[in-house]
Design a protein around this ligand. Structure first.
Ligand SMILES: C[S@@+](CC[C@H](N)C(=O)[O-])C[C@H]1O[C@@H](n2cnc3c(N)ncnc32)[C@H](O)[C@@H]1O
Length: 347
């Protein structure tokens, strides 16, 4: 009789074949752990077969873990998840050259833990956590690149690390009124730059398909995209580069706007100079002071990766304020990363 494990393994084998065929069709190399070059699918946009096969393989591996691992062992490992965050933060933030820089430069033979400890000023015994090769040596793998200083992992790990202290209080804070990490970020402005950098890199990595696949034909060729809580506006920038008739209003908290302006001036000066983007430092909990949109360039509101950050009562406020802005024109929302409950049109 076929067991659940057999079914998963069959699916895994099918997905592996689909993945390999998609790699070959696209002329991309097979994945190899010791291949340190940038793989075209990492942060890129494979065709749908490769995209889904890759996601399915990761999901199926997680299902195998859920199925076969001792539940107590699993809960113990999950409970220690914070250690990984703290460790990622430590190795990405240590004195330069960082752990990843040294390991990557060491080539196939790797570097000894002793040398690594000396150069990074981290204790040798604690570096064992990152050992990837036997015999006290660390050699780079294709994952090591993700720990380089310019990668988003360092920034996001820093933010998550700061969250560990807050999370440890959840038993108490769960009883308090709604809030979000954005209030904390506002009170710790030095954390804003790494947060926005992390958002932009994540966006490039996670959302390349949005620009290509989004059904935007019914918007018409000329719109003004109002990116609510847009961060530095990386996705909006991609849209404006792709669609010359589009303009944008990038809205976020006042503190974020200088960083957004600098980002656009650096990455898309032609769009800034043409006046196709304007910046609005304003809270999305208050009605936005938007001028009436020209008839031939209606507003389209975008809320991307925003409402998942807020509890239901505050999410409702954001949506209500945005809806009040719809008085003059037909508007559309594009939403991703939205909790399922929020897809109920009555919420
Ligand atoms: C998770 S980030 C998403 C950023 C961007 N939409 C993206 O997808 O990369 C949430 C954004 O909401 C912004 N935000 C938080 N509170 C806000 C407020 N009261 N008014 C406007 N923006 C706010 C944050 O500054 C941040 O840029």
């Amino acid at each position: 009789m076929k067991t659940e494990l057999d079914t998963i393994l069959e699916a895994l084998s099918t997905c592996a074949s689909v993945l390999q065929a998609a790699l070959e069709d696209e002329g991309a190399p097979s994945f190899r752990r010791d291949d340190l070059s940038h793989h075209p699918w990492d942060g890129g946009l494979p065709g749908p077969r490769g995209w889904y096969a890759r996601k399915a393989i990761v999901g199926l591996c997680q299902r195998i873990t859920t199925l076969v691992q001792d539940p107590f062992e699993r809960s113990q490992i999950d409970s220690a998840g914070f250690a990984l965050t703290a460790s990622l933060h430590t190795v990405t933030q240590c004195v330069p050259p960082t752990v990843a820089e040294i390991v990557l430069a060491s080539g196939k033979n790797g570097t000894s833990l002793k040398e690594l400890a000396e150069r990074t000023e981290l204790n040798e015994t604690k570096l064992h956590y990152f050992m990837e090769k036997e015999g006290g040596f660390m050699a780079p793998t294709r994952s090591t690149r993700a720990l380089l200083p310019e990668s988003y992992v360092g920034d996001i790990a820093g933010l998550m690390n700061a969250g560990i202290a807050a999370a440890s209080m959840l038993k108490e804070t769960a009883k308090l009124p709604s809030d979000s990490r954005h209030q904390w970020l506002k009170e710790n402005p030095e954390e804003l730059a790494p947060f926005s950098r992390a958002m932009d890199t994540m966006e490039k990595m996670l959302d390349p398909g949005l620009v290509v696949d989004l059904p935007i034909e019914d918007f018409g060729p000329n719109i003004t995209l109002v990116d609510i809580g847009g961060g530095v506006g990386g996705l909006t920038m991609q849209f404006l580069k792709r669609y010359p008739g589009w303009k944008a209003v990038l809205q976020d908290q006042k503190v974020v706007i200088p960083q957004a302006e600098a980002f656009w001036r650096k990455e898309a000066p032609e769009i800034v100079d043409a006046g196709r983007v304007t910046f609005l430092g304003h809270s999305f909990f208050e009605p936005f002071p938007l001028p009436p949109a020209p008839e031939d360039c209606p507003y389209v509101f975008m809320l991307k990766d925003v409402i998942h950050d807020w509890p239901d009562d505050l999410t409702t406020r954001i949506l209500k304020v945005s809806r009040e802005e719809q008085h003059e024109l037909a508007l559309k929302y594009i939403r991703t990363s939205c909790r399922l409950r929020c897809q109920d049109p009555s919420s």
